[in-house]
Write a protein that binds this ligand. Structure first.
Ligand code: PMP
Length: 383
């Protein structure tokens, strides 16, 4: 069918043409080929136990839709049960369940820091953190990636210039596009020394790292200055986000966070799925161990090929630079049956377009070997 093209739509046509010109036009592609692209790190996305828990929930009367805000009739037993079990699991004082990590980050960043406060963001934190910071009232500054000295310098500089409010340091524990880890121990120490709060987005670490998948912040749980976002749509195979925080901050969000107050509560059925995922983490620690073995295997192979990557984790970027070249390589891998996606600016900094290779339990060592053979072929061995 011919697409609708009227004068009213012409600014959008021009914008899309500009993106096309710049090799940055995006389009939706179907799921095809061997999974080297998803964040389904523990393969819980297809776990029979989660499906069964949802079917049993439905049969027992769990509603699909909450029917309203948590502050009205949308607050269901399933949300409360999940939050209390998650608080136990993560060793947190309190937990608040959101419909997703994006909305959770936006909610925290736009609600907790107040006018006169300073937000200190790592240059590679997720778009949702930037959006929340922009929507909030605090001033914010961006510091060099994974550089604790730069965090401390930024705070000192702000105080020297008269900054007197609270400071909020924001980091990811495992960065989504570079696959490198934050210097958490140092960030915790800086937060203590500077009397600051620390917000950690564990999106890509929850389930995959820490004792039974409690994340990389697990050693620091129950600190009054720590807020952690555990997303449920990646290693947990479901959807949503569990925010752990001191109870007072949870209560404040329930009262003041507009994206919590004025939104329909997440599906109670999804709360059932996430509860089951947390139980699987505890019952089946071998999933986490299998992932660690697969990651170690893949990195040994990658090193022996001479492929350079900043990563030591299950997220392996192969940085190409040029947008069009990255997309051509991704297409060549897809044509060989490997679902690898190209990632371009603005998702990553300009000039760092890349293949983002994701390692999950949806593949085994033989798949990794075959994928790397194909990658050598399409790049003619020159990494
Ligand atoms: N934080 C990070 C670091 C992410 O990578 C993502 C997902 N792209 C999110 C937050 C958003 O989480 P969700 O997909 O659950 O909205």
């Amino acid at each position: 069918m011919r697409s609708i093209q009227t004068a009213r739509l012409s600014p959008y046509v021009a914008a899309l043409n500009a993106l096309k010109e710049d090799k940055r036009l995006r389009w939706l592609k179907p799921r095809e080929g061997i999974d080297f692209a998803s964040n389904d790190y523990l393969a819980l996305g297809s776990a029979p136990r989660i499906k069964q828990a949802m079917v049993a929930g439905l049969e027992a009367g769990t509603p699909v839709g909450a029917g309203g805000s948590r502050l009205l009739r949308g607050n269901c037993e399933e949300h409360e049960q999940l939050e209390s079990e998650a608080a136990q699991f993560f060793g947190a004082e309190a937990v608040l369940f959101f419909g997703g990590g994006y909305i959770a980050n936006f909610a925290i960043l736009s609600t907790l820091p107040q006018r006169g406060d300073l937000l200190v963001l790592d240059s590679l934190v997720h778009a949702s953190i930037h959006e929340g910071a922009r929507a909030g009232r605090a001033e914010y500054r961006i510091h060099a990636h994974n550089d604790p000295q730069s965090v401390e310098d930024t705070i000192r500089d702000w105080r020297t210039k008269g900054g007197a409010g609270r400071v909020w340091i924001v980091a990811e524990s495992l960065y989504s596009m570079d696959g490198d880890f934050a210097p958490l121990e140092e960030l915790v120490a800086i937060a203590d020394r500077q009397d600051a709060f620390l917000i950690v987005d564990e999106a890509h670490a929850t389930g995959a790292y820490g004792h039974q998948g409690r994340g990389l912040t697990a050693p620091y749980h129950r600190r009054e200055n720590l807020i952690v976002v555990h997303t449920c749509g990646k290693a947990l195979g479901a959807a949503g986000a569990l925010v752990t925080a001191p109870g007072i901050l949870r209560d404040f969000m329930v009262n003041r966070c507009r994206s919590f107050i004025f939104a329909t509560a997440p599906s109670p059925l999804m709360a059932v799925a996430v509860r089951e995922a947390l139980l699987i983490l505890q019952d089946e620690p071998e999933r986490q161990q299998r992932l660690a073995r697969l990651v170690a295997f893949a990195h040994r192979q990658i090193n022996s090929l001479g492929l350079r990557t900043p990563s030591t984790s299950q997220i392996v970027p192969y940085i190409i630079g040029d947008n069009a070249h990255a997309m051509r390589l991704a297409a060549a891998m897809q044509a060989r049956g490997f679902d690898i996606r190209g990632i371009r600016p603005p998702t990553v900094p300009a000039g760092t377009a890349r293949l983002r290779i994701s390692l999950t339990l949806n593949v085994g060592e033989a798949d990794v070997r075959a994928m790397l053979d194909a990658l050598s072929e399409v790049t003619r061995g020159s990494f």
